[in-house]
Design a protein around this ligand. Structure first.
Ligand code: NAD
Length: 351
């Protein structure tokens, strides 16, 4: 076995159906007395339920989280936290809501208790993002890593199917890139493989029956593992591509991750045999790239960049932007290679 470094991040996780019942206990465990509850406008009823469970320990609700954390929203949320004298943030929702919690914690160091309801995985990472004048900046800071995470699959039962599937592939993408990262180690590989396995098992069950609690639990468990490996591994070409496509053309986050993934896996296939073997073992297929694509088809996921609003004429610029500041990747990135990859993703061709 080669020398390796494994970094584990601090954090407390409550996992399981009705995990939300542990909320009061977990808030006490954090020593918080005035929690500010965050959600999107669409999930305000969840925020209200959490507020009522917190009772006197709830300082207020801020239900204005939106995608990509605009700085204006972050300022407003920080002001609300100050005004209410909040000593903790409870972020209930997907990556956008957790992201807003991180924007507050970045300035105030308030502890975050996250209650994720998608599979994006942000709750496990010290990575934050803020968007100003259409430009998304990301960074890492230990202050934004949630102190406690409650994973309650019951809260995901009504996550719409398309979102469930694309969010699941978003999580798988974290694990795929962790498997061929430039800082490989056997612990991360084990978690990444198990994360992919859980999601590949859970997603078909959820598509068959969105209220299948076992399937939902598998997906959420997988999302936890995939988020954890995102936190401690360097990401590669896939995340760079999605960052460029989402940031410059405002393409929807999880759909973009889903569509691009099989094409990046095909691009890197020969350069990362160990990673591909683990993906295939986890998914029970004989080719990681076509296997991911076939599962996407089976689950009725979006397949092409064309269908989510990308224009073919923009592929050239996207390739240039990727080449301006490429991430590490197991296979060297060439402009022609990226263009071919993007062309396949644009038309949704089987890789
Ligand atoms: P999201 O948080 O934007 O949620 C999308 C919509 O689904 C919202 O309207 C939300 O209210 C709704 N929703 C969420 N859960 C629901 C549920 N269970 N039932 C019904 N509706 C529900 O989407 P996302 O994909 O979770 O997050 C995307 C954002 O997260 C992006 O901005 C991305 O950059 C960020 N992200 C950050 C990290 C990180 O480590 N910092 C990791 C992954 C994603």
């Amino acid at each position: 076995m080669d020398c390796f470094i494994f970094e584990s991040l601090p954090g407390r996780v409550v996992f399981g159906p009705d995990g939300l019942d542990q909320l009061s206990h977990e808030i006490e465990h954090l020593g918080a007395k005035r929690a500010l509850v965050l959600s999107t406008p669409q999930q305000v009823s969840l925020a209200q339920e959490i507020a009522s469970r917190l009772g006197e320990r709830c300082a207020g609700i801020f239900a204005r989280a939106v995608m990509h954390v605009p700085v204006e929203t972050a300022h407003a949320a920080r002001e609300e936290a100050d005004r209410l004298g909040a000593d903790c943030v409870v972020a209930a929702g997907g990556g956008s809501t957790v992201g807003l919690g991180k924007a507050i914690a970045l300035h105030s160091s308030l502890p975050i208790l996250a209650i994720p309801t998608t599979y994006a995985g942000s709750e496990m990472t010290p990575i934050y993002g803020l968007t100003e004048a259409g430009l998304k900046q990301t960074g890492r800071d230990q202050r934004v890593l949630p102190k406690t995470v409650i994973y309650d699959p019951v809260l995901t039962l009504d996550l719409p199917l398309t979102m469930s599937v694309t969010s699941g592939f978003n999580a798988i993408a974290h694990a795929v890139e962790a498997l061929y990262s430039n800082r490989p180690n056997p612990i991360t590989a084990m978690m990444a493989e198990e994360g992919i396995r859980s999601l590949a098992r859970g997603m078909p069950a959820v598509v068959k029956n969105p209220h299948d609690l076992e399937g939902r639990s598998d997906c959420l468990y997988g999302a936890w593992l995939c988020g954890s490996v995102l936190a401690t591994s360097g990401m590669a070409l896939h995340h760079k591509l999605c960052h460029v496509l989402g940031g410059t053309w405002n393409l929807p986050h999880s759909e973009t991750h889903t569509i691009v993934l099989p094409h990046v896996v095909a691009y890197n296939y020969a350069a990362a045999p160990q990673a591909m073997m683990r993906i295939e073992r986890a998914m029970g297929n004989s080719n990681a790239a076509t296997g991911i694509f076939d599962l996407m088809m089976q689950l009725d996921a979006p397949l092409s960049l064309k269908e989510i609003g990308m224009q073919h004429d923009d592929l050239d610029r996207a390739a240039s932007l990727v080449m301006e500041a490429p991430y590490y990747n197991p296979r060297s990135t060439t402009r022609e290679g990226i263009l071919r990859l993007l062309d396949g993703a644009f038309f949704g061709r089987r890789p």
